[in-house]
Design a protein around this ligand. Structure first.
Ligand code: IMP
Ligand code: MG
Length: 203
């Protein structure tokens, strides 16, 4: 075992700090708040699934960060799998037309499945995923979403575990990107493009 740790991790780590970018705005959720809330969610999931360790299904790419932290906050022998979806639309708005880019390796039949999502905006992606996973004969299917944008969902999605409810602005960090950037920010920040720029790009 490696034992020669002289300096605490908090002193040696050099996190990615928000660069000078006029589009990057206020911090919506701090790194500390994220860390605390993920521990709480982990404790809650540990209690709820005590006798039936779930299969955590992360939705790539955005959920990679919460998946990594949440999995370590759950004190149960969970299993982990990932799927990747692409939704058509502009860089900052999803259309609800979802395509599975990478499917799961795991057979879901008779499994207690807990989907781990980064953010729910319109909820179209999540509704699609729910329908897609439910037909695979899961024993149970619940969702943990780190962020839910307030007032954007037309239907009640029945999300069992919510990290934070945030105002309906575009955000980046802690897994969330704008055109693949800023996923490695330690906090959640607003991101606002000059008008017109977002219509010209597509993801
Ligand atoms: P929905 O289908 O409208 O709920 O959008 C869900 C997906 O769009 C998420 O899984 C993200 O990939 C992406 N998304 C939605 N809002 C944001 C945001 O504010 N920042 C980054 N990605 C977002
Ligand atoms: Mg996503």
């Amino acid at each position: 075992m490696y034992s020669e740790v002289r300096t605490p991790y908090s002193e040696v780590r050099t996190p990615f700090e928000a660069p000078e970018d006029p589009c990057l705005g206020d911090v919506v959720v701090t790194g500390d708040q994220l860390a605390r809330r993920v521990q709480e969610l982990g404790a809650q999931i540990t209690a709820d699934y005590a006798d039936r360790p779930p299969l955590l299904v992360g939705v790539l790419k955005g959920a990679f960060m919460i998946m990594s932290d949440l999995a370590r906050a759950i004190n149960l022998p969970v299993e982990i799998d990932f799927m990747a979806v692409a939704s058509y639309g502009t860089a900052t708005k999803s259309s609800g037309v979802v395509r599975i880019v990478k499917d799961l390796d795991t057979d879901l039949s008779d499994r207690d499945v807990l989907v781990v999502e980064d953010i729910v905006d319109s909820g179209l992606t999540l509704s699609y995923l729910r329908r897609n996973l439910l037909v695979r004969s899961t024993k149970s299917l619940e969702v943990c979403a780190l962020l839910v944008k307030e007032g954007q969902q037309r239907v009640n999605l029945g999300i069992r575990y919510v990290g934070f409810t945030i105002p309906p602005a575009f955000v980046v960090g802690y897994g969330l990107d704008v055109s693949e950037r800023y996923r490695n920010l330690a906090e959640i920040r607003r991101y606002e493009e000059p008008l017109g720029a977002r219509q010209r790009r597509s993801r």
